[in-house]
Design a protein around this ligand. Structure first.
Ligand SMILES: Cc1cc2nc3c(=O)[nH]c(=O)nc-3n(C[C@H](O)[C@H](O)[C@H](O)COP(=O)(O)OP(=O)(O)OC[C@H]3O[C@@H](n4cnc5c(N)ncnc54)[C@H](O)[C@@H]3O)c2cc1C
Length: 352
């Protein structure tokens, strides 16, 4: 796969032959940036991060050499690019594993926004009780922007939504989600689908839009944590954010696979992502950021220790993404492979 390819191209072709990539919520995201930063998608609890599904990377390093790096060649560099982002060279091609998936049970349960407390608590209880690795699930409070591109049934409306993808049968998937379905959603779209359908599940925009966001990984979240999130983003909070979500982590995301790269795991129970469209000037952006950071700040007591590079879109010291040992090694390898700081990644690995 060439370096500029987006997920849509790969997901459709793979799906046609019963395979799924570890793509994320959007078909429109570039595979390279997503893969180098980690890459958490709908199959993540079963198969882990996309970065660790990479089997080879072709990269032009600062000395001008085109190298094919993998588990046997330039293994230190191969480790660093798998999580260390674009700090080590210009990637010209990626090779990665796809996973068998003829069909999955996936969909959304739409509830009224006003039922956020009941639904989010029920979802949290279900996730906390322990779900199989085969299911990856998201709960979100959503204010759908009133944009032309959005289907009329959703446009300008607010919801509490639970979504999931389950690598298994319809009967087993329905049983796993029964406690939430019994709450009586106003719309239930769960069905057996081909893997390519996962690219539409999150309802991400299919073209770039201006937005601002904040994120945090959290662990040991009690019901108090869910209340804290909803106090910042739920009914009565005044939040205008388009989407505030918790994605369930754990499963393969919590296990360091043999031969994994610098981003071996995502630590915590959930990753929170809060985002709003910026349809105006700097004041509009500042207001979206204030609200998104407000959600993140509300969850600070449950912070799991590191941040997730792909969900961090402001300027931060890149140390926040890694434990101390990983950081030291990534930094040493940056100094070795790019001694003059030629490559300017979105999150630069450098001494602050
Ligand atoms: C709508 C949307 C949905 C998303 N959903 C998810 C999700 O479900 N899961 C998830 O993990 N992330 C998700 N993300 C985050 C996404 O993974 C990051 O924004 C990622 O950086 C996008 O990569 P890109 O190549 O599209 O962007 P770019 O801005 O092109 O690249 C981002 C960075 O990656 C590096 N890079 C890119 N191309 C190269 C190259 N050829 N060589 C070297 N370095 C390179 C550079 O450092 C660059 O600054 C989402 C983002 C959006 C906008």
């Amino acid at each position: 796969m060439g370096s500029g390819v987006r997920w849509a191209a790969v997901a459709d072709q793979a799906s046609a032959v019963g395979l799924a990539p570890l793509s994320g919520s959007s078909r429109d995201v570039g595979i390279t940036g997503y893969s180098l930063g980690g890459g958490m998608g709908w199959l993540a609890r079963k198969h882990g991060l996309q970065t660790n599904a990479l089997t080879a990377v072709e990269v032009v390093t600062a000395d001008g050499e085109l190298r094919r790096i993998d588990h046997d060649n330039e293994t230190d560099l191969f480790w660093a690019v798998r999580g260390g982002g674009g700090n080590y060279g210009v990637v010209t091609a990626l090779e990665f594993e796809l996973f068998p998936a003829e069909e999955l049970y996936a969909g959304s349960l739409f509830f009224p926004y006003e039922r956020a407390h009941e639904v989010m608590h029920a979802w949290h209880e279900l996730v906390s009780a322990g779900l199989p690795d085969e299911i990856t699930t998201v709960a979100r409070v959503v204010h759908v922007p009133p944009l032309e591109e959005v289907p009329e049934i959703l446009r300008g409306k607010s919801f509490t939504i639970v979504q999931a993808a389950y690598l298994g049968t319809e009967a087993d998937g329905a049983e796993l989600l029964r406690p939430l379905v019994e709450l009586g959603p106003e719309m239930n779209t769960f069905a057996m689908v081909e893997p390519a359908a996962l690219g539409y599940l999150a309802m991400d925009p299919d073209a770039p839009l201006p937005y601002a966001s904040a994120s945090r990984m959290i662990s040991d979240v009690s019901s108090v944590g869910i209340d804290a999130l909803l106090a910042a983003a739920g009914p009565g909070s005044g939040s205008q954010l388009a989407n505030v979500e918790l994605r369930s982590l754990g499963g393969a995301l919590a296990r360091r696979a043999p031969g994994a790269g610098a981003r071996a795991t995502l630590n915590g129970d959930y990753v929170m992502f809060a985002v709003g469209g910026v349809f105006g000037g700097p004041e509009a952006e500042a207001e979206v950021l204030r609200q998104a950071r407000g959600v993140s700040d509300a969850l600070a007591p449950w912070d799991s220790g590191t941040r997730y590079l792909n969900f961090e879109e402001g300027e931060v010291d890149a140390r926040v993404f890694f434990d101390a040992d990983t950081w030291r090694l990534l930094h040493a390898l940056r100094t070795h492979w790019d001694p003059n700081g030629l490559f300017l990644a979105n999150h630069e690995i450098k001494e602050s």
